[in-house]
Design a protein. Sequence first.
Length: 380
Amino acid sequence: MHIPFNKPYVSGNEAIHIASVISKGHLSGNGEYTQKCQKYFEDRYGFGKVLLTNSCTAALEMSAILADIKSGDEVIVPSYTYVSTANAFALRGANIVFADSLPNNPNIDPDKIENLITDKTKALVIVHYAGFACNMDKIVAIAKKHNLILIEDAAHAIESKYKDKYLGTYGDMATFSFHETKNIITGEGGMLAINNEKLYERAEIIWEKGTNRASFNRGEVPCYQWIDIGSSFLPSDLTAAFLFGQLEIIDRIQQKRIKLFDYYYDNLIKIANKYSFKLPDIPEFSTKNGHIFYIVLPSNEVRTKLADYLKSKNIHALFHYLSLHQSPYYKAVNPNAEELKNSQMFTSCLLRLPMYYSLTYDEIDYVVENIHAFFSDINK
Ligand SMILES: *Cc1c(COP(=O)(O)O)cnc(C)c1O
């Protein structure tokens, strides 16, 4: 067997929708499929307004402009996340203040946020790691109390809920990714969901290179002009057509991934205690979406040995983020950055197992057997 870490899943309908865009001739952004996808997300999840973007990174950059981040503003970001979560705000001149993870979950520790707030803090960014919700009651209350703009980096979190509401509906804004490693894909792609009504109008302008072209397209103004800063954040309608093909089978994709997650979980729980590794912590207020299946090993040494062992059996397991507070870019500017011990622990000890739509139960059995074999060997 050869089990890669990820395999993009394509239903077949994507090509039909792309052919339709080609035959109708509107290939650029904000066409028929862009509008269909945006409406789909607004209706299905209850977001205020959705704009498709070229990536989650682009959506984060839009959110930083919409949050009016200026040089010297402080933005609180978890350290255990992807570069873009912080970089989008650094691009606008913000000083990034990194927050630690919980001890048992890579998500931000809500009880450690208030200590980081100063009179310069303008925004709070959170990440729902592996599609598991952060504690949104606590986080929304902190953002309200300190008048912070709240942004959910929901790149992993499509279709997941905190209590009875979808992730991405709690923040002023939320960003999603359709990168080929995520649940719903377009190769490169993403979206910005906006829930704060005051930002709707400006968002559309920033999205279209700082112009009111979207309004012009609707026949509301006789010409379009340079109104604000912005960039080309919108994807081509070909990308939106591909996305629409994915949305037609979103229920099937999500159900299968959750089943695979549960199958891993139910099989690994039998040996996790014995071999001192941990399974994902699923908070009681969160649903799951089968985005990532990870385990947390007792040390970096054990993680490296296990990953190498699995690789020798043709199973590709991967570590994940490198704490951003220890990155070369951040350390050069902030040489005395504080230790964030939980983020560092996940950097050293978390391992992601293969997870994708076409993974089979037999393949999961093979992964689990080999994890078992690895630990029986080293415990001899
Ligand atoms: C994947 C990911 C991103 C970046 O998404 P792109 O669409 O590749 O720009 C940002 N944040 C997190 C948490 C991610 O996992």
